[in-house]
Design a protein around this ligand. Structure first.
Ligand SMILES: Nc1ncnc2c1ncn2[C@@H]1O[C@H](COP(=O)(O)OP(=O)(O)O)[C@@H](O)[C@H]1O
Ligand SMILES: [Mg+2]
Length: 314
C-alpha cells in the first residue's frame, strides 16, 4: 500500500548558538496516522515540531506540510493545521467559551462550537475562567482550540505532561477520536507508555538525531526480540524438559525463602516462545504454581538503541 505523506521532512537542522538542537532529521508522516516524535527532554522534539509548523526557521533542510512550505505559506497553511497552545498563551480570566470564539475568529471556516465543547467534555465549563480549570480540563481546552478550524493535521506537543493517569487516558481517547475522523496527528512525548499506546508509528530522537522509525511493535521486534517467562513449579523435571526447546535458555531466578519455589527464567527470541512453553508444560503434565510473561517495551528499545535510559537524562 502506498501511503500519502502529509508531512515531509528531510535534512532538517537547527542550532541555537553552539547548541545543535536538531541534526539532519528526516521523516514522513502519513495521512490519517498518529505519528510520535519520542525522546528525552532536550532531544529536539519541540524545535523539530516548531520548524514543521512554520513558527521557527530551520538552518537547513526541507519541510513540506500538505504540500506547502511552512516558512513561505504560513498563512494558507495555518488555515489547515491545528496547533496545541501552551499554557502561557491564555489569560487567566478568559472564559472557556470566549477562548473558543476568539480562536474561531482567526479562521475562515470553523466547526460548531457547542459540538466541539461537548466532544471534549467541556460543555459545563463554557462560562468558567481558564484559571479555574484542572490540568486535564486545560489540556482538553487546548485540544479544542487546536481543532476549531477542523484541521487536516493536528500538532500536539507533550500534551499529557503533568496529568494524572485518569486524565491522561481521557486525553488519549480524544487523540484517537481525532484519528477516527480521518485527521493526521503529529505529537511529541517523552512518555514511552503514551507512545506505545497511542502512536501508529514513532521516530526515536536523541540529542537531535533520529535513531530509528517504525511502528512501536516493529521497533520492539527488531531491537528487543527476546521474550521471557517466569515460571514457578515444584516439579523437578521442568527445567530439563523446557531446556530441550530449540533456541531457549532456562536459568534459576533469584532465591526466595523456599528453594523449591525459585522461579525458572525461560528466555528465547522466538515469536511463539509462550506457545512452545505452554505446549511443553502440557505435554509433560507439569503443574505450575505461577506463570508470568515479560515482553519488552519501547522503554527497553530506547535503552538498547541509545545506550541510556529515557528517564533522568534531562
Ligand atoms: N530558544 C532556545 N534557545 C536556546 N536553546 C534552546 C532553545 N530552545 C531549545 N533549546 C535547546 O535545544 C535543545 C533541544 O530543545 P527542545 O527542542 O526544546 O527539546 P525537547 O522538546 O525534546 O525537550 C536543548 O538542548 C535545548 O536546551
Ligand atoms: Mg519539548
Amino acid at each position: 500500500m502506498t501511503r500519502t505523506a502529509v508531512i515531509e521532512v528531510s535534512g532538517l537542522s537547527k542550532r541555537y548558538g553552539t547548541t545543535v538542537a536538531v541534526d539532519d532529521v528526516s521523516f514522513e508522516v502519513y495521512d490519517g496516522e498518529i505519528f510520535g516524535l519520542i525522546g528525552p527532554n532536550g532531544a529536539g522534539k519541540t524545535t523539530t515540531m516548531e520548524c514543521v509548523e512554520g513558527v521557527r526557521t530551520p538552518d537547513a533542510g526541507r519541510v513540506k506540510v500538505l504540500g506547502f512550505d511552512p516558512a513561505r505559506d504560513q498563512y494558507r497553511l495555518q488555515q489547515r493545521i491545528g496547533v496545541q497552545l501552551q499554557e502561557a498563551h491564555l489569560q487567566k480570566r478568559i472564559k472557556v467559551g470566549e477562548a473558543i470564539s476568539l480562536w474561531a475568529s482567526l479562521y475562515k471556516s470553523v466547526v460548531n462550537h457547542d459540538q466541539l465543547l461537548a466532544q471534549l467534555g467541556l460543555s459545563e465549563k463554557r462560562n468558567a475562567w481558564f484559571m479555574t480549570l484542572s490540568g486535564g480540563q486545560k489540556q482538553r481546552l487546548f485540544i479544542a482550540l487546536a481543532l476549531i478550524n477542523d484541521p487536516e493535521v493536528v500538532f500536539l506537543d507533550e500534551l499529557t505532561t503533568g496529568l494524572d493517569p485518569q486524565a491522561r487516558h481521557a486525553i488519549w481517547d480524544l487523540v484517537r477520536s481525532i484519528r477516527t475522523r480521518g485527521k493526521t496527528v503529529f505529537l511529541t512525548t517523552h512518555l514511552m507508555e503514551e507512545a506505545e499506546r497511542l502512536c501508529d508509528r514513532v521516530a526515536i530522537i536523541d540529542r537531535g538525531r533520529i535513531i530509528d522509525i517504525d511502528t512501536p511493535s516493529g521497533l520492539v521486534r527488531r531491537h528487543c526480540p527476546q521474550r521471557s517467562v517466569l515460571l514457578t513449579t515444584e516439579d523437578s523435571r521442568a527445567e530439563e524438559h523446557l531446556g530441550t526447546l530449540p533456541g531457549v535458555t532456562v536459568t534459576r531466578g533469584d532465591a526466595v525463602d523456599n528453594p523449591l519455589m525459585m522461579p525458572l527464567v525461560i528466555r528465547g527470541d522466538a515469536h511463539d516462545l509462550m506457545t512452545s512453553v505452554i505446549q511443553c508444560l502440557a505435554d509433560h503434565q507439569i503443574r505450575v504454581i505461577d506463570f508470568q510473561t515479560m515482553v519488552p517495551t519501547l522503554e527497553d528499545v530506547f535503552l538498547k538503541v541509545t545506550g541510556h535510559s529515557i528517564r533522568g537524562t534531562s
